[in-house]
Write a protein that binds this ligand. Structure first.
Ligand SMILES: [Zn+2]
Length: 245
């Protein structure tokens, strides 16, 4: 699946995380001509599907099917190029060596210009921080010339950590604000695809509005800043190499 278009890769612990946390970034980059691939390591079938489990006669297969359908609909609303479901199981999320190599294959095939994943700390949902460790580990393996020699090795894509739930508890502090005002309608449509987690819809609208305020302040505020209404925050992991500041 080699492409000449710029690409980005999202590593999402569960099948809905990418929507709340970086749906705007996905839609915006898709609009800019990027092929954005989303990898859902699990469906969040055990840990993030309470509303579905409260329905009578619910089964694991039904939860997974519903969660997959919701994620596919959201991905479509955001203009995702490809969404992959690894279905490795959640609570706890764990990848075997072979499953890590499968993710490395995807990273090498996509050759992302940048990657997105969770915060380093999440003591409420250890699947999230685990997904980030896996993303970093698999990024490293994808860079190794001795791993499947002959394949195109990975360069050094930035890894952006998207905003967690309960921000301050996760020791996460943004160093980037992305104006997603132009694609907010798409993110809102994607959020509404997450029918099993309706309690989060307005919370994440509120987060986007607050980050919009931070975008305005940090882009110059009343002395000429951009009038962003919605934004997303990101924390970068690796230094940027530049010719000019
Ligand atoms: Zn999650």
């Amino acid at each position: 699946m080699t492409t000449t278009k710029p690409t980005a890769l999202v590593v999402s612990a569960h099948s809905a995380d990418f929507v709340w946390r970086c749906g705007g970034a996905i839609a915006l980059h898709a609009q800019k001509g990027y092929d954005v691939t989303v990898v859902c390591l699990s469906y969040g079938e055990r840990g993030e599907s309470a509303k579905l489990w409260k329905q009578e006669g619910c089964t694991m297969e039904r939860v997974k099917t519903e969660r997959r359908k919701e994620a596919e609909n959201a991905a479509k609303a955001l203009g995702v190029h490809d969404i992959k479901f690894m279905d490795v199981g959640d609570y706890p999320l764990e990848l075997s060596r072979d499953e890590k190599f499968e993710l490395v294959d995807t990273i090498r095939a996509v050759q992302p210009k940048f990657m997105l994943s969770h915060s380093f700390v999440d003591n409420y949902n250890t699947d999230h921080s685990y997904a980030t460790r896996v993303a970093i580990e698999c990024r490293m393996i994808a860079q190794a010339w001795g791993h499947n020699p002959g394949e195109k090795v990975l360069g050094a894509p930035q890894l952006y950590l998207f905003e967690p739930h309960q921000t301050e508890q996760m020791e996460w502090k943004p160093d980037h604000f992305l104006d997603i005002t132009d694609v907010w309608d798409q993110k809102w449509a994607a959020i509404q695809c997450m029918e099993g987690q309706e309690h989060l819809w307005h919370y994440y609208q509120n987060v986007a509005e607050n980050r919009g305020n931070h975008f305005r302040r940090n882009s110059g505020g009343q002395s000429g800043g951009r009038n962003a209404k919605y934004a997303e925050g990101f924390k970068s992991v690796y230094p940027r190499t530049v010719d000019e500041l």
